[in-house]
Design a protein around this ligand. Structure first.
Ligand SMILES: Cc1ncc(COP(=O)(O)O)c(C=O)c1O
Length: 357
């Protein structure tokens, strides 16, 4: 059975599994903020048409300057991308024939972009998935022969946050042994910025941070992300990217989103409450639920060997969960659920109640 490698695009999923798509589908397989895009974007929509008449600014100004200001960086430390996914592809190109370390389970795009770039991937499988205890000594040892270590913080699909002291220890070790560290902070918007290592990129040339704007602001279809690193790396990546890689609409919408701090705070509070509610509900149903700093939860059924049956049961009733068949170490025995609005979450609860009989 061929499971898709990403969440989202549920029509393709129904077609692939030859399941009749219900009239109403709640897509809980993708982690985009259901409150988004912000009202300020919706209200400006008609005037945004002006943006598509001319070529966009090649560096994505004025958005780039706003981001630089937000993160207290120098202008030559940041590069915008057509989604964080584009930047992952171009970052990986630097590792052709070189060893890169991945810690599983984690976001599947790392492996795919590195494979496409011809990197030599070394994979460390975590045994303590539930508590997200990184096998520190094993990682440090492997870093000695690696060009780069990829970390996802908070991690997708577990939602776990890496303790700042551990992260700093890994980063320091990277400096000693000459191993770069990429920290993908695509979901950092959902938690405390103090967990971010953007500040470290200023002193440590081997540290790069990836950020996405698509999740918090509900603009996954528009595509917008950025990467923060040392000026040499930024220059090198920029020289390989297509000119005008970020479109004018995305630049303008990004600018509006960034200025709407109220939307950001409201979203965090909303998700926090909803997440707690679903976590309580699942634990009540005797599921194991991982602590998550992001806008999704990973859970395991009381009877993990019934996970596939439950996944398809939900699919047939219009609830699309994210399977974990392609997450090494999870092997389909966990499910990831995005936190959305009341209607979707209540519907999911009804389906699960029905399943439990
Ligand atoms: C951990 C992680 N990094 C990066 C991305 C890519 O984000 P974007 O939509 O900005 O391309 C995703 C998308 O799901 C993700 O989960």
């Amino acid at each position: 059975m061929q499971f898709p490698i990403h969440g989202a695009n549920f029509t393709t999923l129904y077609q692939r599994f030859d399941i009749a798509q219900p009239e109403t589908v709640y897509d809980l397989s993708e982690n985009v903020n259901h409150l988004g895009p912000p009202k300020a974007v919706v209200d400006s929509w008609l005037s945004l048409i002006q943006e598509i008449k001319t070529y966009p600014h090649p560096d994505g100004e004025p958005l780039k300057s706003l981001l630089v200001k937000k993160h207290h960086l120098a202008l030559d430390q940041l590069l915008l991308g057509n989604g964080a996914a584009e930047l992952l592809t171009f970052f990986a190109l630097r590792f052709k024939g070189k060893r890169v370390l991945l810690i599983h389970p984690t976001f599947s795009e790392y492996k795919m972009t590195l494979e496409a770039a011809g990197a030599l991937i070394e994979e460390i499988k975590m045994t303590e998935i539930q508590n997200y205890e990184l096998p520190l000594e094993q990682i440090k040892q492997a870093m000695q022969n690696a060009a780069c270590l990829y970390l996802c913080n908070p991690n997708n699909p577990t939602g776990a946050i890496i303790n700042r002291a551990i992260l700093e220890d890994i980063i320091d070790h990277g400096k000693t042994v000459g191993c770069e560290v990429l920290v993908d902070e695509a979901f950092m918007d959902w938690t405390d910025e103090s967990n971010s290592v953007i500040d470290i990129t200023k002193e440590m040339k081997h540290v790069t941070v990836l950020r996405s704007m698509t999740k918090m602001y509900g603009i996954a279809g528009l595509r917008l992300g950025y990467i923060i690193g040392n000026p040499q790396l930024i220059k090198e990546m920029k020289s390989k990217l297509p000119h005008w890689n970020v479109n004018a609409l995305a630049i303008k919408v990004g600018e509006i989103c960034l200025q709407d701090t109220q939307f950001h705070n409201k979203s965090i509070q909303f998700i926090k409450n909803m997440k707690q509610d679903i976590q309580d509900y699942l634990e009540n149903k005797e599921c194991i639920v991982m602590d998550s700093a992001a806008n999704f939860l990973c859970f395991q059924l009381k009877e993990p060997n019934k996970t596939r049956d439950f996944y398809f049961y939900c699919l047939e009733r219009g609830v699309v969960l994210r399977h974990t068949e392609n997450y090494s170490g999870m092997d389909g025995k966990w499910l990831r659920i995005a936190i959305k609005g009341n209607e979707a979450m209540n519907y999911f609860k009804n389906v699960m109640d029905e399943w439990n009989g």
